[in-house]
Design a protein around this ligand. Structure first.
Ligand SMILES: [Ca+2]
Ligand SMILES: [Ca+2]
Ligand SMILES: [Ca+2]
Length: 453
């Protein structure tokens, strides 16, 4: 504070000689006292705020272009997917060095398309596979083999690469899922993860389609939109015990089962999911159009209700559950929490560490893209829902509506936009940001225990 005070005095000396003294002094005082004890810092240097004094936040890396997802490769390095098609490695020991290790060609990054997801699978034999989710016009395989019989369609593809630890490079891409990418340029989904069952989970949004997967009975057949996939990470084949794999769904069942790879459907769009480290259950976030962003437990066969229902069932007019497209083996259930006004809820992370104290261990962090808030949510004792000890108005209806209700679940502000949240190997919380106002400029932040308080 001493340095700041002397700067403050200098300003007063300069301005006291001018006829603008009084006006200038008032402006300085507004800045000084209105800025929550961090005066005279440039806005891009300002750290986000975390409203728990037992925690501290620091900026690990800056100047990332359009970061969408991250995955820790080792204790000290992570891979960051960037929307335009670059995969970069960040060395935590030297975080000013952000090194591109893969540049994908023919990436379509219009609106919500692009290189959107990454996950790493370390198998038992010590080999690592890296999975990427990308919107593209030609396959990366065509580029490697110079195959002229390329596919010019725009597609969302999940690739599996081998990771060469010695050469530090990705090689031998293989298509695991080949999915549609239109007509909508938004709602492409993109998050991917290996579950505790060692299966690969992938989410795609509804691509602004209106088919049976969007609960239109007379709409087109299932077409891989608005779905969470569960597939074998070796080859993308349907996982054993998938909910619709043996169900009798007319011509959608049997040998040409259009539903075989699906774990869930009726999802408008999602930018995040994770597995409860205690129960193994899948939880997701979903985005409403104007109303109702959601958090759900996604049990096998889940139908989230879009485009007939968003948010709680009781808020949808003149709809009964029989109006949904109920494939055999499916079930509808309400969200555990809804934000009444949509704000682009993105990633969801179970915090798999007790480094920040018991309060945070195995509970949930969630980010949003439009305002850059970090939410903290506590799982209930049975781990089948959320508890809201401080705010009865959320506990009552599981809808966060008023500013008071929303602030009761807000832990951090000022992140501009959050695309990914991860528990680091060091047991701290890592937050990847993306500022839509600044053309996708991003940063990586770390929240750890404040040992100086
Ligand atoms: Ca829903
Ligand atoms: Ca409420
Ligand atoms: Ca994450």
């Amino acid at each position: 504070m001493k340095l700041v005070d002397s700067i403050f005095k200098n300003y007063i000396n300069i301005f006291s000689q001018s006829k603008y003294f009084l006006g200038s002094l008032i402006i300085i005082m507004i800045i000084y006292f209105g800025n929550n004890h961090i005066p005279f810092t440039f806005s891009q240097q300002q750290l986000p705020n975390v409203n728990d004094p037992s925690l501290k936040i620091d900026r690990v890396a800056d100047g990332l272009q359009s970061p969408t997802s991250m995955a820790f490769l080792t204790n000290n390095s992570l891979l960051i997917a960037q929307k335009e098609g670059t995969l970069s490695m960040l060395d935590l020991n030297n975080p000013t060095n952000i090194e591109p290790i893969l540049e994908l060609s023919n990436v379509n990054s219009k609106n919500e398309r692009g290189l959107l997801g990454i996950t790493i699978d370390n198998n038992k034999s010590g080999e690592s596979s890296i999975f990427l989710y990308v919107t593209e016009t030609r396959t990366q395989l065509d580029q490697e083999t110079q195959d002229t019989a390329s596919n010019d369609d725009l597609r969302n593809r999940v690739y599996k690469y081998e990771w060469d630890e010695v050469e530090q490079r990705l090689s031998n891409p293989k298509i695991i899922l080949d999915l549609p990418a239109g007509p909508g340029t938004n709602h492409q989904g993109g998050k991917i993860k290996i579950g505790p069952d060692n299966q690969l989970y992938v989410v795609i949004g509804e691509l602004q389609r209106e088919g049976q997967l969007q609960n239109f009975r007379e709409g087109p057949e299932p077409d891989d939109s608005g779905v969470i996939f569960r597939v074998n990470p070796v080859d993308g084949s349907p996982s054993n015990n998938n909910p619709f794999i043996e169900a009798n769904n007319g011509d959608k069942g049997g040998n040409n089962n259009l539903l075989a790879k699906y774990y869930a459907y009726g999802i408008r769009n999602s930018f995040g999911f994770d597995f409860d480290p205690i129960t193994g259950k899948l939880w997701d976030t979903e985005n409403g159009e104007n109303l109702y962003d959601e958090i759900n437990i996604v049990e096998s066969g889940f139908n989230s209700g879009w485009k007939l229902i968003m948010g709680p069932f009781s808020k949808s007019e003149a709809i009964t559950e029989n109006d949904l497209v109920n494939f055999q083996g499916s079930h509808y259930s309400d969200p555990l929490l809804s934000w009444e006004q949509s704000r682009g809820i993105t990633d969801l992370e179970f915090f798999k560490s007790d480094n920040l104290g018991q309060k945070y261990a195995n509970n949930i962090f969630v980010g949003d893209i439009t305002r850059g808030n970090l939410f903290f949510l506590q799982v209930n004792e049975n781990r089948n829902g959320l508890q809201f000890d401080n705010e009865p108005n959320i506990a009552n209806d599981h809808i966060a509506s008023s500013e008071e209700e929303i602030s009761s679940i807000t832990l951090g502000t000022g992140f501009k936009g959050i695309t990914d949240v991860e528990t680091g190997p060091d047991g701290n919380l890592y937050i990847l940001t993306y500022s839509r106002a600044d053309g996708g400029q991003g940063a990586l932040y770390r929240i750890s225990e404040n040992t100086t308080q």
